[in-house]
Design a protein around this ligand. Structure first.
Ligand code: DGL
Length: 259
């Protein structure tokens, strides 16, 4: 029997990846870990965040013995994937990085925006992706200080201030020489939860790229086939230890039991 699929994020954003993964891997057991004690990752200094995550995984891997780990967080993946692979060479890690290549392939206007946390858009990793795949495009990097937290509130309390969403996404929309931005890459796993509000408050329609399905497919392609489902419920773990009713209800909605 193989171990569970461990999906990791700073908060609830990775649930956008987990829901795709469950559809693709119905026979697998899942453990979802939200490092909400450290949320938001977008504000962290690189070295300190990398050290925190590597240390956290020491315990998570011993405890859950996953067959694969999906780091369902752009902010973490862009700095810590290499460190995780070096520290735990026997574990397979699948990362989440801004979907700049598919955006560059799909854009008609040549104007693409990448909307992520301030951390993700500042990373060399993101700039290297642009240099490798999107040289012919005009790429605008937009670091949003608020959207991930707005998504957290929305999913727990069912409320979001649309004016705040409008303000956060506004810099993504560029007009240049009679052309307009036609693709926005959601480079934070929290944002797909707000995509309808983003569509509503956008100044014109664009294609919003959500990488969740591609990440889940990548994980599936790397997993050896399982023989029977592991016993036990699918778990949700919050590093803060939070047990409030809104969080319990939320994870129940995703078929998880709060540990
Ligand atoms: N969900 C995370 C990401 O994909 C980040 C949210 C945060 O902690 O700032 O980047």
């Amino acid at each position: 029997m193989s171990g569970p699929v461990l999906v990791f994020d700073s908060g609830i954003g990775g649930l956008t990846v987990l829901r795709e993964a469950r559809v693709l891997m119905p026979g697998r057991r899942f453990v979802y870990v939200a490092d909400d004690a450290a949320f938001p990752y977008g504000d962290w200094e690189e070295k300190a965040l990398a050290a925190r995550i590597v240390a956290l995984f020491g315990d998570l891997l011993t405890r859950h013995r996953p067959s694969i780990v999906v780091v369902a967080c752009n902010t973490a993946s862009t700095i810590v994937l290499a460190d995780l692979r070096a520290a735990y060479p026997d574990t397979q890690f699948v990362g989440t990085v801004p979907a700049i290549k598919p955006a560059a392939e799909r854009t008609r206007s040549g104007l693409v925006s990448v909307l992520g946390t301030p951390g993700t858009v500042a990373r060399q990793y993101t700039r290297d992706l642009i240099a490798s795949w999107a040289q012919k495009c005009h790429v605008r990097l937009v670091g949003s200080p608020r959207l991930a937290a707005l998504a957290e509130t929305y999913m727990r309390d069912g409320f979001v201030d649309e004016e705040e969403v409008r303000t956060e996404i506004a810099p993504c929309f560029v007009e240049k020489d009679g052309r307009r931005t036609d693709i926005v890459v959601m480079a934070c796993t929290h944002y797909p939860f707000l995509v309808n509000r983003m569509r509503k408050t956008a100044p014109w329609p664009v294609d919003w790229i959500d990488p969740a399905e591609a990440i889940a497919r990548r994980a599936l392609s790397l997993l050896p086939s399982a023989h029977g489902r592991e016993d036990g419920p699918d778990l949700a773990i919050f590093t803060s230890g939070r047990t409030d009713e809104a969080s319990r209800r939320l994870v129940r909605g995703f078929g998880l039991t709060a540990a």
